[in-house]
Design a protein around this ligand. Structure first.
Ligand SMILES: Cc1cc2nc3c(=O)[nH]c(=O)nc-3n(C[C@H](O)[C@H](O)[C@H](O)COP(=O)(O)O)c2cc1C
Length: 381
């Protein structure tokens, strides 16, 4: 089943293996894909991948990530370069979906040079500077930004867009009662919390012919936040609004290693690259790093490490009729086949395994039984 040709949202795909969105940090200074990034996507496409979902691309100036060299799509000037990317991928037989995102309060005003915004002003442990609570007209502005980004995506030749509705970014924050404390039309009831995403989906459908997918965190470990029961209800509302496929993930950046689970934090990389550790004076790091390495095995990490969103995907799949994609710790061909044959999801997607082996889909089709990725998470920092 895994390697049989099929379609998703009307798009022909070679198999049921997708590359889940992966921020590569390779956009140019305007946020357009660099030649290196285009080569990377070309290489993925050449190697039998079913479908590529790009790393997240910011739809608004105040929705940019603090991570360097994020893709951006809020300006017509970048369309041509995105077109080079889609041409390179299409020439090699793969469809490509653009993931579009607004980082909300999961960024820092200092890093983006603008006041960051969110549905509510909830403190973020990693990005503690205060977010401005969005006004109603600013919310409509962000809806327009998502729609305009999709119009650009269509002009650039993408086969669809995927809304980043998970991992603690702006749309997740609207959907989740943890991030959304509003008492107006955009908060409180489930219907109100879904409104922004519904209007974005409808807006994109009105202005383009693109399929609209969404990636959601079915659970997020936040007190009063997303849980599978709420997620099922959200998925039903989004399907009714016209959403074409749902990718099931989990967690937020605040959860640490929940979204991309690993046995151990790569402490040397954290201390070298991650703020505030990266700015510690060198003498402090000489003491702090060995201490961190010592306590590392004692830090309780989310479990299981493998196939960790499959059961939630299966519950969602039972409640909707649009395709469900599942991501998270999927490595073995036998697991992939089981997920599909047991009707727990329609497609499997992977991120870290494709960082480790960009030609993984071809290798699996050729008989390799398992991805070589050991979930070291060095790439994350
Ligand atoms: C380096 C890196 C970059 C990522 N960038 C994105 C992104 O841009 N958008 C997104 O939705 N998820 C992103 N993720 C999360 C992955 O898509 C995926 O949900 C997570 O890594 C779990 O899947 P895996 O076990 O196959 O890696 C990223 C993960 C990593 C490791």
């Amino acid at each position: 089943m895994l390697f049989k040709e099929t379609t998703v949202s009307g798009i022909p795909v070679k198999n049921r293996i997708m590359r889940s969105a992966t921020h590569d940090g390779l956009a140019d200074e305007n946020g357009a894909p660099s030649d290196r990034l285009i080569k990377k996507y070309e290489h993925l496409a050449k190697n039998e991948i079913g479908c590529i979902i790009t790393g997240y691309a910011a739809v608004s100036k105040n929705g940019v990530s603090p991570y360097p060299r994020m893709m951006k799509i809020f300006d017509d000037g970048v369309i041509e370069k995105y077109k080079e990317l889609t041409d390179a991928v299409h020439k090699n037989g793969s469809p490509v979906i653009l993931q579009i995102a607004h980082c909300g309060r999961q960024t820092s005003s200092k890093a983006i040079g603008l006041q960051k915004v969110a549905p509510s002003n909830v403190l973020h442990t990693f990005y503690p500077d205060k977010a401005k609570k969005l006004t109603e007209s600013e919310i409509y502005g962000i809806i327009d930004d998502f729609v305009s980004a999709s119009v650009r995506a269509e002009k650039a030749g993408f086969d669809g867009v995927q809304l980043h509705g998970g991992h603690g970014y702006l749309l997740h924050d609207f959907l989740s009662p943890y991030g959304n404390r509003r008492k107006d039309n955009w908060g409180g009831s489930l219907e109100n919390r879904c409104r922004i995403v519904e209007l974005i989906i409808k807006g994109i459908k009105e202005k383009t012919n693109l399929p609209v997918w969404i990636k959601l965190s079915a659970e997020d470990n936040r007190k009063g936040g997303m849980n599978i029961e709420t997620s099922v209800e959200i998925c039903k509302i989004l399907e009714a609004a016209g959403c074409d496929a749902i990718e099931v993930s989990c967690g937020t950046v605040q959860d640490g290693m929940n979204t991309m689970r690993s046995d151990l934090m790569p402490m040397d990389a954290v201390f070298k690259y991650r703020e505030p550790c990266a700015s510690f004076p060198k003498f402090l790091n000489k003491i702090a790093l060995p201490a961190a390495n010592l306590i590392n095995p004692l830090i309780k990490q989310p479990k299981p490490l493998e196939n960790f969103n499959v059961e939630n995907a299966a519950i969602i799949k039972k409640s909707v009729s649009i395709p469900v994609i599942v991501v998270g710790g999927i490595h073995k061909v036998s697991d992939m086949e089981n997920i599909l044959s047991q009707n727990k999801a329609d497609f499997v997607s992977m991120c870290r395994p494709f960082i480790c082996e960009p030609d993984l889909a071809k290798k699996l089709a050729g008989g390799q039984q398992e991805a070589k990725c050991i979930m070291c998470n060095y790439w994350v920092w």
